[in-house]
Ligand binder design. Structure first.
Ligand code: RIB
Length: 312
């Protein structure tokens, strides 16, 4: 069994580049339209693989050309994909807009991702029992994701939830998580608290801790990430790079964080490594094409060391 199991989405991204996002009712002229394989689940899984982690992908694709793109990627990246199922619905697609600053707006149409149901979940029950860490996002059916969290918790298997796209979750579910990695907006949705300032982010993270979530890693964009546990709260600063396309930066952060954790690194070391992977991701366009390798991340960290840690 692989050490890390990603149960999640695979999405073909339709990416339009433009100077500025259109307002509601406005038309703008774009520069390019390109197609890149992505989806939070696949992005996180490929990140793990490119960083040298042992990983298996679980999910649902359509029996179509887009599905074949993902099947080929898993083969080339050495990712176990025996439990990537196929259905009659098309592979999921996303419409993504990227502006001149590299910021994105994303709309995902779930299609096949929402066909992953209890029948498929039962088929991977043994796999969940025997893996070290399950990585989840919120792009599969919510009832199924919650059931995976319940089962992993019952089996004593660690769960990392990247709560994107964010929805309000029950405290009972949040309390079963070992790691949660919201950005500021997602943290605000999860807790109902403001997250505009570092102080507010810390207060919201402490609220999640009070539900029983063991470790909160709140990603703060180029400012870095906050680590909150019952023992300490600290901010690990990020890297300043020129953003070309921010798509998949959060996903590669999650993949890198998971790899470092399963290698026995401390939380702080894992977040430093993840910050570097996330920063490099925004320097390249596309989701999966922007994911860097272990050698590239280590070379980058070697060139730009010394991240400041702010403890509070
Ligand atoms: O996190 C980025 C991803 O979100 C994109 O690849 C898109 O497919 C959506 O799932």
């Amino acid at each position: 069994m692989a050490k890390i199991t990603v149960i999640g989405s695979m999405v073909m991204d339709n990416v339009a580049k433009m100077d500025k996002f259109p307002q509601a009712g406005e038309t703008v002229l774009g520069a390019t339209l390109e197609f890149f394989p992505g989806g939070k689940g696949a992005n996180q899984c490929v990140s793990v693989a490119r960083l040298g982690g042992e990983v298996e992908m679980v999910g649902m694709l359509g029996k179509d050309g887009n599905g074949d793109v993902f099947r080929q990627i898993f083969k080339e990246e050495g990712i176990k994909a025996d439990n990537v199922f196929s259905c009659d619905k098309p592979t999921a697609v996303a419409q993504i807009q990227i502006n001149a600053e590299g910021q994105n707006r994303i709309c995902v149409i779930p299609c096949a991702n929402f066909e992953f149901g209890v029948e498929e979940l039962n088929k991977v029950d043994e796999l969940i029992k025997n893996t070290e860490l399950v990585i989840l996002q919120l792009e599969l059916r919510l009832d199924i994701t919650k059931e995976i969290i319940r089962r992993a918790h019952r089996y004593g298997v660690k769960v990392l939830l990247n709560p994107a796209p964010a929805v309000k979750l029950e405290k009972e579910i949040l309390g079963m998580l070992d790691y949660i990695t919201p950005n500021e907006t997602e943290l605000s949705i999860l807790t109902g608290l403001p997250t505009e300032t570092d102080e507010e982010v810390i207060a919201a993270a402490k609220e999640l801790l009070s539900y029983g979530t063991k470790t909160i890693i709140a990603t703060l964009g180029s400012r870095g990430a906050l680590i909150a546990t019952k023992d300490s709260v600290e901010i690990v600063s990020g890297y300043k790079v020129k953003a070309v396309d921010t798509v998949a930066a959060g996903d590669s952060f999650n993949g890198a964080f998971a790899v470092a954790l399963t290698e026995g690194k401390t939380l702080k070391e894992a977040v430093q490594f993840a910050n570097a992977m996330g920063a490099l991701t925004v320097t390249k366009k596309g989701a999966i094409p922007s994911l860097h390798t272990r050698a590239q991340v280590e070379e980058f960290i070697g060139r730009i060391p010394n991240q400041k840690i702010k403890e509070s």
